[in-house]
Design a protein around this ligand. Structure first.
Ligand code: ADP
Ligand code: CA
Length: 424
């Protein structure tokens, strides 16, 4: 490929240590201009694969300034696409693409895929399964309270612009609700710097949790994997496992694929990747929790989807982001599984100052394990929920079958463990 044919993608706020999207860009033959995360130092002599340039911007702190800088960069040296895997910035990226005439889902679609109030309203208007819900807007705290009291309890309170389960909290009775809402708002103020954060109060959905990875092009939706995410009951919703493909009756899996495909249409996600989370109410009826117009898990979703479907989600998403067609024929429906993949999120299992993490070295040497992404180390302080510190580590592995992945996770539960300093 000559330089002129080689497209450039601006990738916004991707953690440099997570390789999947960078490697996907290399496979797609696309150069990456990385906008580093403000909290991460990326040394210029150790750039991730495919990265040809660093463009330091602060799209969260100063979106107007960042848009201006992108416009200048594009005017002097045009790039062909802009993307992010970081959910809070999906609307920013959609806006930048719209302003610069680049491929994208558009601002309005991005809003519906990011703001949980808008998402709920659009899914409900399209006749999809959604829990009954009430919006909690602005500082004027009380008008929602009566409406929320009419919901079936328990309910779940969550930030409209949340991510990583931050602040998501179950309330069991109407009497508890006011306190729960105040608590979630306090957390949003402390952790996100947002006062009087907009929230959603919605009915609690029981049943297994399901994650779906998909890719759309020209309005056609290919479902790459349907995976199992445990059955968290709250009151806080720490992530635990991800194993795909999920063992499900055909009829239930078909219903999930139909619901996710319809949700793409309802939200207008016609091109690019999506990561969808649902719960199977009563074990069978899919209800959407949320849908993100991005590759999930900062790229972990690529790992899962590619091992389960054989389709290179990261490379395909990069192609679509620079306006190229996917490299395979886009047929609708679920891709036949060709393998199994899993992510085990090491539980904190306590709180205080970490003195040791046991078992991770053995895990790193296990041939089934491709990545151990460690985020917490001895000396780090873990605060008790709901004051979320972050996950200690991900163990990312591939298997011949989901049953093998289950056995492996049972083994990890027995062998990976964190010690804390006494007296915390
Ligand atoms: P976030 O964007 O912070 O990940 P989600 O809506 O995905 O927010 O909620 C995080 C987790 O909380 C979900 O994965 C699920 O386990 C739980 N959860 C959220 N809403 C509900 C609900 N209505 N019923 C049951 N569990 C829920
Ligand atoms: Ca989520």
């Amino acid at each position: 490929m000559t330089a002129a044919e080689r497209p450039t993608l601006v990738l916004v706020c991707q953690r440099a240590s997570l390789p999947w999207i960078f490697e996907g860009a290399v496979r797609a033959g696309v150069d990456v201009v990385l906008v580093p995360r403000p909290d991460e130092e990326v040394p210029a002599d150790r750039l991730p694969p495919g990265v040809v340039e660093l463009l330091p911007l602060d799209p969260e702190g100063d979106p107007a300034g960042a848009l201006g800088a992108l416009r200048e960069r594009h005017a002097s040296r045009p790039f062909q696409g802009i993307a992010t895997l970081y959910d809070p910035l999906v609307p920013f990226v959609a806006e930048a693409a719209e302003l610069l005439g680049l491929p994208g889902i558009g601002r309005d679609t991005a809003l519906g895929a990011q703001d949980k109030r808008v998402m709920r309203e659009r899914l409900a208007a399209a006749g999809l399964h959604v829990p009954r819900f009430v919006r909690v807007d602005g500082p004027d705290a009380e008008p929602w309270l009566a409406a929320a009291g009419e919901l079936d309890f328990p309910v779940v309170v969550k930030p409209a612009h949340g991510y990583s389960s931050l602040g998501v909290t179950r309330a069991d009775t109407p009497a508890e609700l006011r306190g729960t809402v105040a608590g979630v708002r306090r957390l949003c103020a402390d952790k996100l710097g947002v006062e009087d954060a907009a929230l959603v109060v919605e009915e609690y959905l029981d049943g297994p949790e399901i994650a779906v990875e998909s890719l759309a092009a020209g309005g056609r939706v290919r479902v790459l994997s349907v995976g199992y995410k445990g059955e968290p009951e709250g009151p806080y919703f720490e992530e635990s496992v991800y194993r795909a493909p999920a063992p499900l009756p055909d009829a239930v899996r078909d219903a999930i694929v139909r619901e996710v495909t319809a949700a793409h249409a309802a939200l207008g996600i016609t091109d690019g990747p999506a990561h969808t989370e649902l719960r199977l109410r009563g074990g069978t009826r899919p209800y959407l929790l949320e849908m993100g117009a991005r590759i999930g898990g900062s790229g972990v979703s690529h790992y899962v989807a590619s091992h389960v479907s054989g389709i290179d989600l990261a490379a395909e998403a990069v192609r679509i982001a620079v306006g190229r067609p996917p490299s395979f024929a886009m047929t609708e429906g679920l891709a036949a599984p060709v393998g199994a993949a899993a992510n085990y999120i090491v539980p904190c299992g306590g709180y205080g100052r970490i003195t040791a993490l046991h078992g991770l070295d053995e895990v790193r040497a296990d041939p089934r394990v491709d990545h151990v992404v460690q985020m917490l180390f001895p000396g780090d302080e873990v605060r008790p929920y709901p004051d979320f510190t972050g996950y200690p580590a991900f163990v990312i592995s591939r298997h011949d079958s989901t049953a093998d992945a289950e056995d492996f996770h049972a083994h990890l539960e027995r062998t990976v463990r964190i010690d804390y300093a006494p007296g915390a």
